[in-house]
Design a protein around this ligand. Structure first.
Ligand code: ARG
Length: 571
């Protein structure tokens, strides 16, 4: 089916070309020029004629009138009207009630899928916690924004590769090894997992304040690790396994999997070649014994490549990882999702890639996000004021369980529904804001079943399921049906799905989908309250409304999955 907007652009292209033989805009350019009239009563699309005034040497309202007369017929156009310097277009209701509805039914879960990603590869680097450190609310952003971007790109046809770039290398492992050997025990660590590793790490820092020799011991242990000392390697692997076991619980609750858990250590052997290349290209400067790339010409601080003792740093590993990913996956885009605190880090090493002659450096995209506070409190790992993701999810699930015990005590499988709704509430609340804004996370707001929340949207999805289940199928009914305003408005909202997906990918912004879900849920609930579905006056009306309910279910379900939320058939 050719959608209305494309047909409109093609018609406008023809009409303008007839009036302006040279320099007329293409259909694509026209698509970008189209706006929405301020009042829906004025139409669905507005074409501004101001830019044509100069080349056509006429006033915009005159041009709007001429265009109107020159337009070839457009299917489903209700009317075209001149309004000042604009030509406004109203789409006929049948476009929505016939074409859009048929298309949703025909395409099902593929409805709204853009195809611009076909044949292209995207590598996404997200979540990436630092091993043996708490997995806290600061990681919520990278984890859910990253995974939503993966889902969105997959939906648009991209081949996607999700990488968890674990922070699994660096001097902290020397500290942990010393701390474990001095104060730790195998049983305690097995039992306590990451929590026990974190407390050993904290203890190390406390004791090292009194006894700085511990730092030397830690450096020596890390150096042994770097030189493949068997015992240290075994400990290090064990620490990673324990941490992963913990993270995987959280990933499972979110329904997230990764294609690769290749952490920083994976690139150890690949770094020397990149350092060598930097040296050959005369990009390295020695500064106080350390090797750096001077970026003052780009008004940035230097990018640190090697420490005084020759050990590598965070940017060195990122450079080696990017080259490896480029060589292995031949990506069209490499997306990195981290907190905004790392904006400079990414700008620096992207520039270094450019200076090294990697002409694909501009395919790397950094997607930053703002800080999170919880219930008004600033959090910091340094002061120990952290909220673990695991605890946040647990609280949400418990609260949802309580609400559900009152609202729907007989619900089968209540535990897994409570998990989907509790975790979903957090994800939805988090993704409701523009990613770059700092957010204050309010648990009660997130869980409010009547607010603009995840539970509200999942509840609406469950409502579509229950209506369809009660109907036990959509009856065949022949005859004309004239849709009312609520029905047309719901279909109009559903018809925007594909453009929302495109916008969300373009802006790397899952919020666009979250907000859209609220629009769809709002339009569906309006329709649900205004129209009798199962007890409609006629069979024709009933059949149409059930088809509409099924269409809403399709779009709600697809959009929920795009932002890492589960489809809940019953709540
Ligand atoms: N482990 C890092 C952190 O927790 C994030 C890694 C992001 N990815 C990357 N390729 N630098 O801050």
């Amino acid at each position: 089916m050719i959608d209305f907007k494309s047909a409109l652009c093609a018609a406008l292209e023809k009409a303008i070309a007839a009036l302006l033989p040279e320099g007329a805009p293409t259909a694509e350019e026209i698509g970008e020029m189209l706006t929405t009239p301020p009042d829906p009563a004025m139409g669905d699309y507005a074409f501004p004629c101001f830019k044509l005034a100069k080349p056509m040497r006429k006033a915009p309202p005159v041009i709007a009138g001429m265009l109107k007369d020159a337009l070839p017929p457009i299917p489903d156009l209700e009317k075209a009207e001149v309004a000042g310097g604009y030509l406004n277009f109203s789409v006929s209701d049948t476009y929505y009630t016939v074409s859009v509805l048929n298309e949703i039914e025909a395409k099902g879960d593929d409805y709204g899928r853009p195809d611009f990603g076909a044949g292209k590869t995207v590598v996404l680097d997200y979540s990436s916690p630092n091993v043996a450190k708490p997995f806290h609310i600061g990681h919520l952003g990278t984890t859910v924004i990253g995974h939503s971007l993966k889902k969105l790109h997959e939906f648009a046809g991209y081949h996607c590769i999700g990488i968890n770039h674990l922070g699994d290398w660096g001097t902290q492992f020397g500290k942990l090894i010393v701390a474990y050997r001095t104060w730790g025990s195998k049983e305690e660590v097995e039992k306590g997992g990451v929590d026990e590793l974190v407390s050993l790490y904290v203890r190390f820092h406390e004791e090292a304040e009194k006894d700085p020799a511990l730092n030397d011991a830690a450096r020596a242990e890390f150096s042994k690790l770097e030189h493949h000392d068997e015992e240290n390697i075994a400990l290090w692997k064990w620490f990673i396994d324990l941490s992963l076991r913990e993270y995987e619980k959280t990933y499972r609750q979110l329904g997230i999997t990764f294609d690769y858990y290749t952490g920083e250590s994976f690139y150890t052997d690949l770094m020397p070649a990149q350092v060598e290349k930097l040296r050959e290209k005369n990009l390295l400067t020695i500064d106080d014994g350390a090797s750096i790339v001077d970026l003052s010409a780009y008004k940035m601080p230097p990018c640190l490549i090697l420490k005084r003792d020759g050990s590598t740093l965070y940017p060195t590993r990122d450079i080696a990882a990017a080259v490896y990913r480029h060589d292995t996956f031949a990506f069209d885009k490499a997306i990195y999702v981290t907190s905004a605190q790392q904006i400079m880090h990414f700008q620096q090493w992207f520039r270094v890639l450019d200076l090294m002659g990697y002409d694909w450096y501009d395919r790397c995209v950094h997607v930053p996000y703002g800080t999170v506070s919880v219930n008004g409190e600033k959090l910091s790992t340094r002061t120990g004021n952290v909220v673990l993701l695991r605890d946040l999810f647990k609280t949400a699930i418990e609260k949802v369980s309580e609400i559900m015990a009152q609202k729907n005590p007989d619900l089968p499988d209540r535990e897994s529904v409570a998990e989907a709704v509790g975790v979903g509430a957090i994800v939805f609340h988090y993704l409701s804001n523009s990613r770059i804004k700092d957010i204050n996370f309010m648990m009660d707001d997130a869980l409010n079943f009547d607010g603009n929340t995840g539970p509200y949207v999942q509840y609406t999805y469950a409502r579509t399921c229950s209506v369809l289940e009660k109907a036990g199928g959509i009856p065949e009914a022949n005859g004309e049906y004239r849709a009312n305003a609520a029905e047309v408005s719901l279909l109009k909202t559903l018809s925007k799905f594909e453009s929302k997906v495109t916008d969300a990918i373009g802006a790397y912004e899952p919020m666009i989908i979250t907000r859209y879900l609220l629009d769809v849920a709002g339009a569906f609930n309006q329709f649900y309250h205004e129209c009798q579905i199962l007890t409609a006056d006629t069979e024709v009306a009933k059949a149409f409304r059930l088809r509409l309910t099924a269409a809403a279910k399709t779009v709600l379900g697809s959009a929920l999955e795009l932002i890492c939320m589960k489809k809940t058939e019953k709540i």
